[in-house]
Design a protein around this ligand. Structure first.
Ligand code: CO
Length: 289
């Protein structure tokens, strides 16, 4: 069956961390998850009061967090000793695996802060994998130009160009820029779940799909079926295209932990309370004040 739009989900305004205002696209009542994606946040804000306090130290276990920064600067530090400054167009791909504590703090005092965070679930055999970290600068992300479009390949593949991120699972993450009147065809691996998220302008499935709806800025279009994804923009548009192979495993989630069973969640909380979630847990918390 051809790939087709099944649902449009509006981002839900909420706040997280130390009061950072954002819109939650995946991980909210209307779309609790899109296997393997547990969360997609869009944080765009001109007001430092609404983002300045950032995301102070907190733990994760059982999945990966992927932060894509459009504008602004965010400093990352974690209990595995990694430190990096995320800048315009850069990506941080962090594998929490068995456990990590990190902080994500804005390094700017004015101007706009705009980026996205995606949570990629890990299969049971990788949940307790050692933590990892990739700091990918904007210039390391390959860009493929076509007629009226540019595709930034963050993960996965587009027209034979491999994404900048090494991934543990089958994930495609593309940032697609369309000029007005342009169309692009994207090959998405068969069987993948797929979300299309315009963050500027609007797009619609471009192939003959009857009265296909427009997907507006800030809304998520969920697709089913196999085959290529065709996108069309009447005016210029920018859109995230994110796809992944579903894990089809039980999900037990609580706050910053995503596991398979309730018992594993209890264990994660106990490990955290005992200072054993990550090596150097207490040292990291002390150093971060
Ligand atoms: Co985090």
């Amino acid at each position: 069956m051809q790939r087709h739009l099944t649902q449009i989900v509006k981002g839900m305004p909420t706040s997280d961390g130390a009061g950072v205002q954002l819109k939650r696209v995946i991980g909210q009542p209307k779309l609790s998850e899109l296997d393997p994606f547990m969360l997609l946040d869009d944080f765009r804000n001109n007001d430092p009061k609404a983002y300045g306090a950032g995301f102070p130290p907190h733990p994760h276990r059982g999945f990966e967090t992927v932060t894509y920064m459009l504008e602004g600067q965010m400093e990352h530090q974690d209990s595995a000793g990694n430190k990096g400054l995320l800048r315009d167009g850069g990506v941080q791909w962090m594998t929490a695996g068995a456990g990590i504590l990190h902080s994500e703090m804005p390094k700017q005092t004015d101007g706009r802060m705009w980026g996205f965070q995606l949570w990629v679930n890990l299969p049971s055999h990788l949940k307790m994998t050692p933590p990892g970290y990739q700091d990918i600068q904007s210039e390391q992300i390959p860009e493929v130009q076509g007629k009226g479009y540019t595709v930034r390949v963050i993960a996965g593949e587009f027209q034979g160009t491999q994404g900048a991120a090494r991934t543990l699972t089958d994930v495609t993450y593309l940032d697609v820029h369309l000029q007005g009147g342009a169309r692009v065809e994207l090959d998405i691996p068969a069987g993948n779940n797929l979300v299309v998220f315009p963050y500027s302008g609007r797009v619609k499935p471009g192939v003959d799909q009857g009265a296909a709806e427009w997907i507006d800025d800030g809304d998520a279009g969920i697709f089913a079926g196999d085959g290529a994804l065709d996108l069309y923009a009447r005016e210029s548009a920018r859109v995230l295209v994110i796809a992944g192979a579903p894990l089809n495993e039980p999900i037990a989630r609580h706050g910053p932990f995503v596991m398979n069973t309730h018992q594993e969640l209890v264990q994660a909380v106990e490990d955290y309370n005992a200072g054993k979630l990550a090596p150097n847990q207490w040292e990291f918390l002390q150093k971060q004040g």
